[in-house]
Design a protein around this ligand. Sequence first.
Ligand code: IPM
Ligand code: MN
Length: 359
Amino acid sequence: MKAKIVVLPGDGIGPEVTTEAMRVLKAIGEFYKHEFQLNYARLGGEAIDFCGEPLPDETKTHCQEADTVFLGAIGGPKWDNPKAKVRPEQGLLGLRKILNVFANLRPVRAIPALSAVSPLKEDRIQGVDIAVVRELTGGIYFGKKTRSASEATDLCVYSKAEIERVARFACELARHRSGHIVSVDKANVLETSRLWRETVTDLVEKEYPTLHLDHMLVDAAAMKLIQQPTYFDVILTENMFGDILTDEASVLSGSMGLLPSASLGVGSKGLYEPIHGSAPDIAGQGVANPIGAILSVAMMLRHSFALETEATAIESAVDEVLSAGMWTPDLAFGDHKPVSTRQVGEAVVAAITANEIWY
Ligand code: IPM
Ligand code: MN
């Protein structure tokens, strides 16, 4: 197949992990005879430095014309001035909005080879396989903001239609998994959460009566994720709760650097990015974990291009590399000798190649 992909390396460790992700994508293209046309563009801090805008028109146009979009990471202390009019994050939020990718899928899996790296005891994380569906283009992130010298407000708005479409996405996913959905809200306090709970309940009753739906308050869910993560299969939640819970959930598998994500809407165009940030403290050192970015490429192949074999090839290669102990410093502990970002990328490519020849 032929596909046009916009690549937004971004800031901090973004460019380093993107290099490895694209190394893997190119290898897949060669082995499976696909033509991936990569078009690099600017987003976030690097775009602010270049033209004063976190989401330049040129980037917008490229993204709208492409089949799909890959992003490394954005942000950093350089652009953190609270008085600044523009911030890198506005670029990412704007991009999510214009691409209308309202459902953010973040898979969290226990990786057997890394059981000793997880902060939880092995018996708690064994078998963890959670799909978090985070609403991505609404809620407090996008509501009106006000600021005076002595007061500030952020408005949280959700419409029924916004809740329904993301809930439907989660239900479709749950149908192909265990059939259990936990919808997370704060319905004891927030009106938006009460609408959320009502809407999700109605939708499941009417359209997905065979699914098993539970509701959980976000504070309880934060606790349960640590206490009994295997309780969860599909988690459905709103924008900010999803942001916080997925950072928490990401360390179950050992490091946030491992987690990919797919932001999807209607149609096949998506935005694929690791869930980690730009990690300015380690940027430029070649030690960032590229696995989250590499697995985001696998998600792209699966969700935007329906290339299941290719996606699985990447995931199996990643498992092999991790099992072989090729760990970046976020995973390596004790006297385990860490490897570099590039070594991981090259090892994943080598594993893909070896498997291809073997079978
Ligand atoms: C994420 C990030 C973003 C978010 C930031 C960078 C705006 O934390 O993708 O989880 O909060 O959505
Ligand atoms: Mn986040």
